[in-house]
Design a protein around this ligand. Structure first.
Ligand code: SIN
Length: 280
């Protein structure tokens, strides 16, 4: 632990660390913030347990890391519009975020981070997996790296399938097929290989959740490379898996990590509060 004020325990060889020794409901000192921020950059997703975090404190904490954003496709909490409630009721089947992705990549400026707080968790299941897209990039051959270096990916917010639209039902106030139309969809193009602005590491920025095609190619032409790279990122050795308990909080780096909310707890309730964070 050295001179650190917080304790950091890595969760896997690839990504993720659990942090202890800090009460997030209180204002962080600059030193605590610097240590937590460094742990966030080093591990790409950090987790805390047993935190009492009412909505206003969650937004205040998010503000230390950047600018909390308002999620366009669901109504935020009355008292904290930056918070989207992700709730799956026992009678619902569809989950939200149950595909590998990073958040809102259809925006010109996607969120740098996402903060998710667990209010209620099922007795089993409902874990979230995370993948390190920099490690996935590093593991590619030089030939593949050279080929994909100039490529760009087109992302869209249009939920492509009935399943995707239904997934929004797991958002409190979320838009569904009945209240979302084409006009609401956003599109943005980003480099397939992104250089992290703070660490300088290169990572893969591609997923089939919002990714439509490679720029300059048809969807059909893009498919083989999409499939290869997305499967490559999801390999177990690039991932970790987090078991939620009420009061857990995760903060992940959308620039270098992807996540997957496992939808394996039908008949149980799961209630999370989510804030996406843009650059300050
Ligand atoms: C998300 O994709 O942002 C939701 C993740 C989760 O609920 O675990």
């Amino acid at each position: 632990m050295g001179n650190r004020t917080i304790e950091i325990k890595r969760l896997s060889g690839a990504i993720g660390a659990e942090i202890a020794g800090v009460d997030l409901s209180r204002d962080l000192t600059n030193r605590q913030f610097d240590e937590i921020h460094q742990a966030f950059l080093d591990n790409l997703v950090i987790f805390f347990r047993g935190q009492e975090l009412p909505p206003d404190r969650q937004v205040a904490l998010a503000r230390r890391f950047g600018k909390p954003m308002v999620f366009r496709f669901a109504k935020g909490m009355e008292e904290a519009p930056e918070i989207t409630e992700v709730v799956k009721e026992p009678n619902q089947k569809k989950g939200f975020g149950d595909m590998w992705h990073s958040d809102s990549c259809y925006l010109e400026k996607p969120p740098i981070a996402t903060m998710l707080y667990a209010v209620e968790t099922p007795p089993y299941g409902g874990d979230t997996m995370f993948a390190n897209t920099c490690l996935a990039y590093d593991a590619l051959s030089d030939g593949m790296k050279a080929m994909i270096a100039p490529m760009r990916v087109v992302f869209s917010s249009a939920l492509k399938s009935e399943g995707g639209r239904a997934a929004n039902q797991a958002l409190r106030g979320g838009m569904t097929a009945t209240n979302m139309d084409k006009a609401d969809s956003l599109e943005a193009e980003h480099p397939l290989v992104r250089t992290h602005p703070e660490t300088g590491r290169k990572g893969l920025y591609i997923n089939t959740h919002h990714g439509v095609r490679l720029a300059g190619m048809t969807e059909e032409e893009s498919k083989p490379l999409f499939t290869y790279l997305c499967n490559h990122i999801a390999q177990p050795e690039f991932t970790c898996r987090f078991r939620w308990t009420p009061g857990s909080l995760a903060l992940w780096d959308n620039r270098a990590a992807q996540h997957f909310a496992i939808n394996d707890y039908h008949g149980q309730r799961r209630h999370m509060r989510r804030v996406t964070i843009g650059a300050a």
